[in-house]
Design a protein around this ligand. Structure first.
Ligand SMILES: Cc1ncc(COP(=O)(O)O)c(C=O)c1O
Length: 475
């Protein structure tokens, strides 16, 4: 049998070092220019990958396997660090976080129980406490958990809000009995441009897509507060039960930010849980100059933070915070083989009782690494650069008669279209992709739009000028 895991044996330690060095070399030699993508078309790529035989009778050893990965896979991977990559809320990874990732995967600790990750558990607890303070919550009363991403953070909040409302109104324990017969009357209010995890989560919680009430938005793509109030009032008089509202703090396409204070007032009037989907915008807390854009986030009951978006940390890295730690009760369940109550009484914290996942990565280390290394000031400068780039691109496009750019950016996304029409804009995006430049595409009021999601602080004004010129040439 060839070597299996890390041990204290000098030979295995040396082999680990060799593997790490060779992998680093393979990564660095797999790209020679600054393009985001090789430009290969999907059918050709599929054919290449299909030719790989995954499991043969005999293995080929590490060196040949790495060579195969380099030849057949790595050259066609998407290179998130490229200044030509700007389609989605999908960021390059800060360089120090790659070191944190190495530690996370080498130790392979898991967050479900203290005995699977002693220091990892204590670090996550500490990071969550400090995040609660950073987002204006009381770190003694509040609580939270790391999750796989914004979708799971939103799902966690929706489950918590559903169970809390049903318990308060009907004295009914959803965890034990499932949904009560009144479940079809529950309603969640969110903007018509909120993330589709609202619908997905509502399906998973047994409430269904129909429980999601989409609110119209104003010209800045924020929830129209007057309409929100009117729709809730009408729903209540028709017998529906408002249980939750979700304000988006950075919509996926436009980066627009809903008015938390105004939504809080309506939520209070109807006893609704107010969740903030700040998957995109949460990184603004790091900038003294820009954090005012978030509004009164401390008024929320819970908040989704995605570190793998504007915080530029590697996938996966997200957290959900609750103003009251009691809201996490739906996730508490004890098993004799995992998280014994007697251990918890003696101070062993088992984080499995705070979320949806069981086995879970030690993602909090990446937050600690980058926070500690850069400090609020250093990190804040990155966020400010992203916002500044978006403002620059928007001003350029808005001033050019060949383009329309209908919404001024609040964060780092710019949605625009070339005036030559839907089909031309679709073709422009495809052609850029084949040239290794990846930009986004969406639809606004029935019109095809292009989108720059600027999450790379290395993008310069010159890069943006060149991209705009290339788009004009292609049009
Ligand atoms: C506003 C918003 N919420 C939630 C999500 C989902 O996050 P994830 O992809 O990490 O599940 C996204 C993803 O882009 C988003 O834009």
């Amino acid at each position: 049998m060839s070597r299996t895991t890390l041990t204290n044996n000098p030979e295995e330690r040396a082999e680990y070092g060799r593997i790490v060095d060779k992998t680093k070399e393979a990564i660095l030699s797999s790209f020679q220019d600054s393009s985001a993508f090789s430009g290969i078309d999907p059918l050709a790529l599929r054919k290449e990958i299909e030719e790989i035989s995954i499991l043969d009778e005999d293995g080929i050893g590490f060196d040949a396997t790495l060579e195969l990965a380099k030849e057949k896979i790595m050259k066609n991977l998407l290179r998130t660090w490229s200044t030509g990559y700007m389609p989605h809320l999908h960021s390059p990874a800060l360089i120090e976080s790659l070191s944190a990732e190495m530690i996370i995967s080498a130790f392979n600790d898991s967050m479900d129980s203290w005995d699977q990750g002693p220091a990892a558990t204590e670090v996550e607890v500490k990071v969550i406490k400090d995040l609660l303070k950073l987002f204006g919550f009381d770190s003694q009363k509040g609580d939270g958990a790391f999750t796989s991403g914004g979708s799971q953070s939103n799902l966690t909040a929706i489950v918590a809000a559903r169970d809390k409302c049903i318990s308060r109104l009907f004295g009914w324990d959803v965890k034990k009995k499932g949904l009560p017969s009144e479940f079809g009357r529950l309603r969640l209010y969110t903007s018509c441009i909120s993330h589709f995890s609202m619908e997905k989560s509502s399906h998973l919680t047994g409430l269904g897509y129909d429980s999601v009430r989409h609110l119209p938005v104003n010209s800045k793509c924020q929830v129209d507060i007057g309409e929100f109030e009117k729709i809730v009032r009408e729903d209540v008089s028709s017998g529906f039960i408002p249980y939750m509202a979700v304000a988006t703090i950075g919509t996926t396409d436009f980066g627009s930010i809903d008015n938390v204070e105004a939504m809080r007032e309506i939520c209070d009037r109807y006893s609704m849980h107010l969740h903030l989907d700040a998957a995109y915008g949460s990184a603004l807390v790091l900038s003294e100059r820009e954090k005012h854009r978030l509004g009164k986030i401390e008024l929320a009951d819970s908040i989704t933070i995605d570190f793998h978006k504007m915080f530029l940390l590697p996938i996966s890295c997200s957290a959900v915070l609750f103003k009251s730690g009691e809201d996490l009760e739906p996730f508490m369940l004890h098993a004799d083989y995992l998280n014994r109550e007697e251990d918890e009484e003696d101070g062993y914290i088992n984080l499995v009782g705070k979320g949806i996942q069981t086995t879970r990565r030690f993602d909090a280390l990446k937050v600690l690494f980058s926070f500690k290394m850069r400090g609020r000031k250093g990190y804040g400068e990155i966020v400010e650069k992203l916002l500044e780039n978006a403002e620059y691109a928007f001003k350029r496009l808005d001033a050019d008669k060949d383009f329309t750019a209908p919404v001024a950016p609040e964060l780092s996304s710019v949605v625009f279209a070339h005036v030559s029409g839907d089909e031309a804009n679709k073709r422009i995006r495809r052609k850029l992709l084949s040239e290794g430049i990846v930009i986004g595409q969406t639809v606004m009021n029935g019109t095809v739009m292009l989108k720059l999601t600027l999450l790379n602080p290395n993008i310069t004004h010159n890069d943006l000028d060149n991209l705009i010129s290339r788009i004009k040439e292609l049009a």
